[in-house]
Design a protein around this ligand. Structure first.
Ligand code: SAM
Length: 304
């Protein structure tokens, strides 16, 4: 197995190289049991360069340059490892080092060439930028796919026009996962799906749901080439969403939080539906509207 260069306290290791080297092969195996003889690298200094680099991943610019993002908490980190997301660094508090699940995550991270650091609570607080931080944090490589890779789309895809709220995005990804839909297509200028707030809101679904980034032009060309039906949602839609005979494969297009679905995006749709609003509220929250739509579209296929 080709192993990556040792990842130590060098700032450059967290930068996205000009031409990125091939990612080290990632095992598809479940996390392996820990090797009790392997000693951890213990860090207590807040000035440690790796600590600074991890902390910097809270910033969009740093995430964009490095191609990395932070996942906080043992559940999220374990989910990512089980889905073979490429891991660069795993950090855990000294006081949880003997927990079996932490040992397993550490062993898996090491086997995949990641740097593993055991740190003080103070260091974790610094990395996580908050009191009462999670006891396990890891830096993973971002994974965004392209529409061109989606040659034979099946199932229900959610396309989001210019989504701005990371909490909404995370909730949509979690809902897509929950209904067994296929993935999310991010159209245009959107909030960073790898921002901590978005990652947190996915509750781990980020690691199971494919994310695709595209422009509206790319999307329109892809839709034409694949012949996939696209249904938009709009407050002024002419059709009640409950009256549609939803196909097994389609795209559900949702509008931006403030301005809704723009005319250009409406143009890319084959039909526009509305969700009836009985009270005085003028619209539903974007993530709530997406959930209402997805459960209706997938209703006949949700047999579990
Ligand atoms: N002021 C915006 C407008 O005029 O469209 C409201 C946008 S709404 C908060 C965000 C998105 O959720 C909309 O673009 C649409 O995709 C969806 N949405 C919310 N309520 C809806 C409803 N009652 N019917 C259809 N779509 C709805």
């Amino acid at each position: 197995m080709t192993r990556p260069p040792p990842r130590d306290a060098s700032r450059d290791l967290y930068r996205r190289p000009k031409s990125r080297p091939a990612a080290p092969p990632q095992s598809t195996a479940k996390p392996t049991p820990a090797d009790p003889d392997t000693a951890a690298k213990v860090v207590t200094s807040l000035a440690n360069p790796v600590v600074k680099e991890l902390r910097a991943l809270h910033l969009k610019k740093e995430r964009a340059e490095s191609g990395l993002f932070l996942a906080e908490g043992l559940k999220l980190v374990t989910d990512a490892l089980e889905e073979s997301w490429p891991i660069r660094t795993l950090v855990h508090a000294s006081r949880v080092k003997d927990q079996p699940l932490v040992k397993r995550a550490v062993a898996t991270a090491r086997a995949r060439g990641a740097l593993v650091l055991e740190v003080s609570d103070e260091v974790l607080t610094k990395i996580c930028r908050r009191d009462n931080p999670q006891m396990v944090v890891a830096a993973f490589e971002q994974r965004l796919r392209r529409l061109a890779d989606l040659t034979t789309p099946t199932g229900v895809w959610v396309a989001l026009e210019g989504i701005k709220d990371p909490g909404n995005l995370g909730t949509v990804v979690r809902t897509v996962d929950s209904v067994g839909a296929s993935g999310v297509i991010l159209l245009g200028d959107v909030t960073d799906p790898f921002a901590l707030e978005a990652v947190r809101a996915t509750m781990g679904s980020l690691f199971h749901v494919p994310l695709i980034a595209a422009t509206l032009d790319e999307f329109a060309a892809w839709k034409r080439a694949r012949g996939i039906p696209v249904w938009g949602t709009h407050l002024r839609g002419a059709v009640d969403y409950r009256s549609v005979d939803w196909p097994e494969t389609c795209v559900l297009m949702m509008g931006n939080e403030q301005s809704g679905l723009s005319d250009a995006h409406v143009e890319a749709c084959d039909g526009i539906v509305k969700i009836p609003m009985a009270g005085k509220a003028d619209s539903l929250n974007l993530a709530v509207a997406t959930a209402v739509m997805l459960y209706e579209i997938r209703r006949a296929r949700l047999t579990v």
